[in-house]
Write a protein that binds this ligand. Structure first.
Ligand SMILES: [Zn+2]
Length: 252
C-alpha cells in the first residue's frame, strides 16, 4: 500500500533540517572562535617580548662578566706590582716610580670599570621585574587558552550529541513521507535557500512573509492538504497548533 502523506511530517522534516543547519553553523563558529585567536595572538606577542628581554638581559650579563674579569686581572697586576714595590728588590727610583704609576693607573681603571658594572647591575635589576611580569602574563594567557578550549570542546560535544539526535529523528520522519513528496521537498529546498516548506497563518506565508491574495486563501481550507505558496512557490501547509509543539521541541 502506498504511503499517504501527513503534511505535518513535511513541516517536521523542514524544522529538523533548519535545526541541523543551525547546529552546523554553531560548530563552525566555535571552531573559529575569535577569543582563542585573539588570546593566541596576544600570547605570541608576549612570548616575543619575553625572548627579546631575556636575550638583552643575557647580553648585559656577558658584558658585566667581561668587565668583572678585567677588574680581577687588574687586581692581580696591582698585587704583583705592590709585591715587587715592597720587596725591596727594586732600588732605582725611576723604576719605583713607574711601578707606582702603573698601580695608580690600574686602580683608576678599576674604579671606572666598577662604576660601569654597577650601572649594568642596576639595569639588570630594573629589567628583572619586567621579565617576571611577562612570564606571569604568558602563564595567565596560556591558562586562558586552555580554559577557553575546554569550554569550546564541551559546547561542541553537546552540539554533536544534539546533531546525532536530530539525524535519528530525521530518519524516522523520512520513512513516513512518500518518496515523491520527499523528492519534491529536496528539489525545492535546493532551489529556495534551504526552505522548502512554509506555514500559512492568518493569510501570511511564514517564509516569504507575503500576504496571500484573498482569492488564493479561499482555496486554503484543508489542514491535511499540501498547498503551494503562490508568492514564493514553496510547499505550504495550513497552520495548526501541532506545528508550534514540534517547533518548540526542536528549538530546545
Ligand atoms: Zn511564501
Amino acid at each position: 500500500m502506498a504511503k499517504k502523506l501527513n503534511v505535518i511530517d513535511l513541516v517536521e522534516l523542514q524544522y529538523i533540517d533548519n535545526a541541523l543547519s543551525a547546529r552546523s553553523s554553531e560548530l563552525e563558529r566555535l571552531k573559529n572562535n575569535p577569543e582563542v585567536e585573539d588570546t593566541s595572538k596576544k600570547l605570541q606577542e608576549k612570548k616575543t617580548k619575553y625572548k627579546e628581554k631575556g636575550d638583552w638581559y643575557h647580553e648585559i650579563d656577558v658584558r658585566r662578566k667581561k668587565l668583572e674579569d678585567n677588574v680581577d686581572t687588574n687586581e692581580e697586576k696591582i698585587k704583583s706590582n705592590e709585591k715587587k714595590l715592597f720587596s725591596g728588590a727594586i732600588t732605582s727610583s725611576r723604576e719605583l716610580k713607574s711601578y707606582q704609576e702603573e698601580i695608580d693607573m690600574l686602580k683608576k681603571s678599576n674604579n671606572n670599570t666598577e662604576e660601569k658594572i654597577l650601572e649594568l647591575m642596576e639595569e639588570q635589576e630594573a629589567a628583572e621585574s619586567g621579565i617576571e611580569a611577562l612570564k606571569n602574563e604568558i602563564e595567565a594567557l596560556e591558562s586562558d587558552i586552555k580554559r577557553i578550549n575546554n569550554e569550546i570542546e564541551e559546547k561542541m560535544e553537546g552540539i554533536r550529541h544534539n546533531i546525532e539526535g536530530l539525524r535519528r529523528r530525521r530518519e524516522d520522519v523520512i520513512v513516513r513521507i512518500p518518496p515523491e513528496n520527499l523528492k519534491e521537498y529536496n528539489i525545492i529546498r535546493t532551489k529556495k535557500a534551504g526552505i522548502a516548506v512554509s506555514v500559512i497563518k492568518d493569510s501570511f506565508c511564514s517564509t516569504c512573509n507575503m500576504e496571500i491574495p484573498l482569492v488564493e486563501t479561499e482555496k486554503f481550507v484543508d489542514s491535511d492538504t499540501l498547498y503551494t505558496c503562490p508568492m514564493c512557490g514553496r510547499l505550504a501547509v495550513l497552520y495548526q497548533p501541532e506545528i508550534d509543539r514540534i517547533k518548540k521541541e526542536l528549538e530546545s
